[in-house]
Design a binder for this molecule. Structure first.
Ligand code: EPU
Length: 420
């Protein structure tokens, strides 16, 4: 049975959408919670996404007890056993690699399959490995399996050649129990890193500087439980702001931290979109005519690569030629052939893509090749004339909490269909 989204484009969207807890924070907070040696960790405002389901399977493999009370996840590590993570769930998402740092930190030994995740071109983890090795670990890799172990972990000065989100979080987790001080230089500054550091500090860690390019971790003996509320998802927020700019009459995107999407809202203002920014919301009204802009993706606080794909269909509606330069994943343009099929005038020449607008979009059968490609096709479907059928929606469900329901509540005509 194949599940697809069907979208009948053209409905003017109105109302309020409530943004869920951040996927990319959640998928790190769950592995971080297993660093507790006593007490329980409660993570609040858990998004309902399939990446979380995969991580709960892995917690179960480790004999960690979990309980879901509404949107609160309670994690009890009292019976935890350090088993090899061979389950298929490891390959369902990228973030399963956070168990490397967490298990290495807690047990000095981790056996885990290679993680999976969206195909955005090459995604090496050499910087994670380099960080673990600097702390004193040996990293062995054989046919899809990692074995990382250490007799002792000792604090070290680690310079990241690229400000990698994953490497920064993984090294931070491995270092919380290392002896002495670890300093990560050229650390990534994404809000999700700050969220993980805040939770680890509530558990008893000594991490300073998260959110800047130098993070200092002083090793401690033991971490305990805590209660932590996940930050709102800036990429889901950004996606809805883009959707509202593309198809909105009057939409309030609520429960967000507007500062986290400033690069996006500034670009949209440059495009002439009608935006009002409040303390924890952004209101988007229908704007007269959108202007073409150039975008360059960057690490935070620059324009997020995860919003590059969703904004592309909006640029097809702007007057003039827009150019996107993708500096994080040079090949992250799998959405472009699908948008072309719907009528977009796009040329891809990695790491650039050029969009001539405005062009009408027409409903067609398209396929989500990765999570944010899926979001991009949903934006396109909401603009397009006629019916768009999006297959491979499992990608979308990995990272967007009830996207179809939230859109229906705004008046969109989107429904799920099961076909042979
Ligand atoms: N890189 C290396 N070596 C490494 C690690 C990264 O060369 O050891 C390179 C990557 O290939 C890439 C760049 O450095 O070119 C940045 O990668 P980073 O490590 O920062 O990305 P990530 O941690 O794998 C997270 C998000 C991605 C998001 C990127 C960039 C999670 C689970 N994933 O990935 O989110 O695109 O940061 O902001 O947090 C998504 O949500 O759709 C998504 C793909």
């Amino acid at each position: 049975m194949k599940r697809v989204y069907k979208i009948k484009g053209g409905n003017p969207l109105k109302g309020t959408v409530h943004i869920s807890g951040a996927k990319n924070a959640t998928v790190a907070l769950i592995p971080a919670a297993i660093l507790a040696k006593e007490g329980v960790v409660t993570i609040c405002d858990l998004p309902d996404i399939s990446d979380v389901e995969s991580l709960l399977i892995l917690l179960n493999e480790l004999n960690v007890k979990t309980e879901l009370r509404g949107r609160d996840l309670i994690i009890d590590t009292s019976g935890m056993v350090n088993t090899a993570l061979e389950h298929n769930a490891v390959t369902k998402l990228r973030a399963s690699y956070y168990f490397m740092g967490a298990l290495l930190g807690k047990y000095r030994d981790v056996k885990i399959r290679m993680s999976g995740g969206c195909d955005l071109g090459p995604r090496p983890i050499d910087l994670h490995e380099k960080g673990f090795e600097a702390l004193g670990a040996t990293v062995e890799y054989d046919r899809g399996f990692y074995h990382i172990y250490a007799k002792d972990l000792k604090g070290a000065d680690i310079y990241l050649d690229i400000a990698s989100v994953g490497a920064t979080i993984n090294i931070m987790m491995a270092a919380v129990y290392a002896k002495g001080r670890t300093v990560i230089d050229n650390a990534a500054k994404e809000p999700e890193i700050v969220d993980v550091a805040i939770m680890l500090n509530k558990m008893g860690a000594q991490i300073r500087g998260a959110g800047t390019s130098t993070i200092t971790i002083d090793g401690v003996e033991s971490l305990g439980g805590c209660l932590h509320e996940i930050i709102p998802d800036r990429i889901e927020a950004g996606t809805f702001v883009i959707i509202a700019a593309a198809a909105g009459e009057d939409v309030l995107v609520d429960n967000i931290i507007p500062q986290h999407i400033e690069a996006l809202t500034s670009k949209l203002k440059e495009m002439n979109a009608d935006l009002e920014i409040g303390p924890d919301w952004v209101r988007v009204k229908k704007s007269a005519e959108l202007k073409a802009v150039d975008i360059q993706t960057q690490t935070y606080p620059g324009f997020a690569t995860d919003l590059q794909q969703p904004i592309t269909p909006l640029l097809t509606q702007a007057n003039g030629t827009s150019q996107i330069k993708e500096t994080i994943y040079a090949q992250r343009f799998n959405h472009c052939p699908e948008l072309q099929r719907m009528g977009a005038d796009i040329t891809v020449h990695n790491p650039y893509c050029t969009i001539n607008g405005p062009t009408p979009l027409y409903g067609d059968e398209v396929s989500a090749t990765d999570l944010r490609c899926g979001a991009s096709l949903v934006v396109a479907g909401l603009i397009a004339e006629g019916i768009t059928t999006i297959s491979n929606i499992e990608y979308i469900e990995r990272g967007y909490d009830s996207l179809d329901e939230k859109l229906r509540a705004l008046g969109a005509s989107i429904w799920l269909e099961e076909t042979e």
